[in-house]
Design a protein around this ligand. Structure first.
Ligand SMILES: [Zn+2]
Length: 494
């Protein structure tokens, strides 16, 4: 008899948050099931796309090549006008391997997993699948069960990255909409499990990404018991708890894992204006850009409509935004979590790259707060951060911001730090969660790359044998427009 395994994915969950929610009695069932949680270290960057891809494939972003929703062709600076959309890694996913070994699998709402391949069971793709694509749900009989499936927050009218904080009324509406979206996913997942059990599925992988949307928008509420939205926010988690307990009751697994792609923490209050810093350090040729005093910028920000602000944000480059002129010597990539990636312009010779690398690391180490602590905790070349053959597609350098750098910038040039105004109160943190309803193997530290092997071991499967994949799979041109619009509605695109 094969062990029946259930992998529950909660996007954005962390051990600290789990403890907090359990303590508030918001997870009466799951809190008891997963009493002991451990840290599951996310990828660099701590972003949904690379981290879920690493969980499914057991590979590092340096090997699977998925760093975000978009792919950066080698040699093109960021931002480039044409950004192909990544739909999945071209590497075997753990449930494809399980299915090849004759194990029935049931996958629900898995990000960056489109297109699905035929498996023994069902496979419902999540984020970055073209909306309403017939082939985003395998097989057709599963699609019939999901005619009311709403895939993400844009379908309930929520933009996650607006720069104008929401009014209480708007937040109330957003919370109601997210709770409905959660209910929709719980109901759709429940139907699939019933069918899966009847068809002998032994590996369930069900992911809820609505939690990430909740945590971006309502992180502050979870930490303020007197907040008017505290009760409905708790009700969201209680609904999740009840819905997942119904999933598990229906699936009757022998083994249950809880995993997340990354954790959450307070949103940064300041963004570092990297273009300006690189320019001051003599590393970025001055590009034509608007230059206004900070006070005026802040005043303008509160007055200008959102559409104008988008253009504005693009100009006022910061670590929170993709930025810099295409002709600049560097291009800078914003990596989720505390990281910033710096990419040299294509066409620089090896000598020039070495010279610039030295200057970059010296300048980064020299940037201090008024307390004399470093703004960048670490300055590393790509090869120290990632492993694999996709390095040429990734940024050349990764700078890691010290925790809470924004609060202690006092005497530094105030233009370097831009106050952040955002609808988001929570943002990605590198520490996700791993828990099991049974003892986990002893290990000092878990990484998202380890999950695939852990699950394969539990199922009695061999390790996934994966040769270096040939880059991620990209979305066909004719499907790209609709998906681009959707990512724009969600706020991922300016
Ligand atoms: Zn995520």
């Amino acid at each position: 008899m094969t062990t029946r395994v259930f992998v529950l994915g909660l996007d954005g969950m962390s051990p600290a948050l789990w403890q907090r929610l359990s303590g508030l009695d918001a997870l009466p069932y799951l809190g008891r099931l997963f009493r002991h949680t451990t840290t599951l270290r996310s990828t660099v960057p701590a972003h949904t796309a690379p981290a879920w891809t690493s969980i499914a494939t057991g590979l590092d972003p340096g090997a699977h090549g998925v760093l975000g929703f978009w792919h950066r062709p080698t040699g093109l600076p960021w931002p480039f006008s044409k950004r192909p959309l990544v739909t999945r890694a071209r590497a075997p996913f753990l449930w494809e391997v399980a299915s090849q070994h004759g194990i029935g699998v049931g996958v629900f709402n898995y990000p960056l997993s489109y297109p699905p391949t035929p498996v023994k069971g069902y496979w419902v793709c999540g984020l970055n699948a073209p909306q309403r694509a017939r082939d985003a749900i395998y097989p057709a009989s599963a699609a019939l069960l999901l005619d009311d499936f709403k895939t993400d927050a844009d379908e309930v009218g929520i933009n996650l990255f607006g720069s104008r904080p929401l009014t209480n009324r708007q937040r109330q509406r957003a919370l109601r909409a997210l709770t409905e979206l959660l209910q929709n996913h719980l109901t759709c997942g429940r139907r699939l499990i019933a069918q899966g059990v009847a068809e002998g599925v032994h590996l369930f992988v069900h992911v809820l990404t609505v939690t990430d949307r909740f945590l971006h928008l309502f992180w502050d509420v979870l930490h303020a018991p007197n907040h008017p939205l505290f009760e409905p926010a708790m009700a969201f988690w209680q609904a999740l708890d009840a819905g997942v307990s119904a999933w598990l009751e229906a699936a009757q697994p022998d083994v249950v894992f809880l995993v997340s792609d990354h954790g959450f923490a307070d949103s940064p209050r300041f963004a570092l204006n990297l273009d300006l810093w690189l320019t001051q350090a003599g590393l970025l040729p001055r590009a034509a850009r608007l230059s206004l005093p900070v006070a005026l910028k802040v005043a303008l920000k509160s007055l200008l409509p959102e559409c104008v602000q988008r253009v504005w944000r693009h100009r006022a480059s910061s670590v929170l935004r993709h930025s810099t002129a295409a002709h600049a010597m560097f291009s800078i990539e914003v990596l989720y979590g505390p990281w910033v990636g710096v990419t040299f312009s294509p066409g620089l010779g090896a000598r020039e790259r070495t010279r610039l690398s030295e200057r970059l690391s010296q300048a980064a180490e020299a940037l201090l707060t008024e307390q004399g602590t470093r703004v960048f905790r670490a300055v590393q070349p790509a090869a120290e951060v990632w492993q694999g053959s996709r390095l040429p597609h990734l940024p050349d350098w990764v700078l890691t911001l010290s925790e809470g750098f924004g609060g202690a910038v006092g005497s530094l040039d105030p233009r370097l730090f831009i106050p952040v105004r955002s609808v988001r109160t929570g943002d990605h943190h590198p520490d996700g969660v791993l828990a099991a309803a049974q003892p986990l193997p002893e290990r000092t530290c878990w990484h998202v790359r380890d999950v695939a092997e852990l699950v394969c071991n539990t199922l009695g499967l061999p390790r996934i044998e994966s040769s270096e994949p040939d880059g991620p799979a990209l979305l066909a041109e004719h499907d790209a427009q609709a998906l681009t619009q959707r990512l724009r509605r969600l706020g991922y695109l300016e």
